[in-house]
Design a protein around this ligand. Structure first.
Ligand code: IPE
Ligand code: IPE
Ligand code: MG
Length: 234
């Protein structure tokens, strides 16, 4: 029997395996990151075609600062180039653009490029494209707690804490996809992942294409989401 296709409202990608993709081809790691940007753009297109409301990408974690400085520099240079080269087109396509994480630690040229885009996209109403930069799930929770403490609150409910997350008011990811065969969250969206379906794909991130995307949607569609109940909720 053919399965009914379900499109997640929010799909999140942990983009992993760029380094291994490059290594297999005897290329420098940054060549893998460059191809990773191409794969990200392919996934944005697929999400738009499928009618996804929000797509998130984990691009740089709070732990990635431990990498060699030249790799970090290359990554942020690429983020700036990506912003200058492609985000304008995304603004024209009506996408809402957001970045989650502590941007204050990023190189100034990168932050300036991101801010320019945020300003241009501020009235957009289309698909949300969320890019996590210097993001950590624990860091986000701590950041939220500090906002509440600064406001002098002594008692908080779930909603209040949720409203202090970077994703305030936005849907939790329905599905979190990780590439390259690693089966962990690596500090990604810890709060929001509570009921996310997890999909682990062996392919390396730069190889993500239309077919892999279709397989992910198919896999997601076959999951029974029960949210603690005894029957499928949606
Ligand atoms: C993911 O690819 C990109 C970032 C974490 C920035 P990796 O750079 O982690 O690639 P591998 O895991 O070494 O193959
Ligand atoms: C997770 O990938 C972070 C990003 C995709 C940005 P890593 O390659 O940094 O994760 P670990 O070290 O394998 O857990
Ligand atoms: Mg990795």
């Amino acid at each position: 029997m053919l399965n009914e296709i379900k499109i997640p409202r929010h799909i999140a990608f942990i983009m992993d395996g760029n380094g291994r993709w490059a290594k297999k081809r005897l290329l420098p790691r940054k060549a893998g990151h460059r191809e990773g940007v191409v794969a990200l753009r392919r996934m944005v297109d697929e999400c738009e075609k499928a009618g996804v409301e929000m797509v998130s990408f984990y691009a740089f974690s709070t732990e990635n600062w431990t990498r060699p400085q030249d790799e970090i520099d290359a990554l942020f240079k690429m983020v700036k180039e990506f912003a200058d080269k492609y985000l304008d087109e995304y603004v024209k396509r009506g996408f809402r653009i957001m970045f989650m994480g502590d941007l204050s630690k990023l190189p100034k040229e990168t932050v300036d490029a991101l801010k320019r885009i945020l300003e241009k996209a501020k009235d957009n109403k289309g698909m949300i494209v969320n890019i996590a930069l210097n993001y950590g799930g624990r860091d986000e929770i701590l950041h939220a707690v500090n906002i509440l403490l600064d406001a002098g609150l002594r008692n908080v409910d779930m909603q209040t804490l949720s409203d202090c997350m970077y994703t305030a008011g936005l849907p939790d990811p329905d599905v979190i996809v990780r590439s390259s065969g690693e089966k962990r969250l690596s500090n990604f969206m810890l709060w929001q992942a509570a009921y996310a379906e997890l999909v682990f794909v062996d392919d390396l991130w730069p190889d993500f294409d239309e077919k892999i995307f279709a397989n992910i949607i198919d896999e997601y569609s076959r999951r029974d989401r029960r949210y603690g109940n005894i029957r499928r909720i949606n």
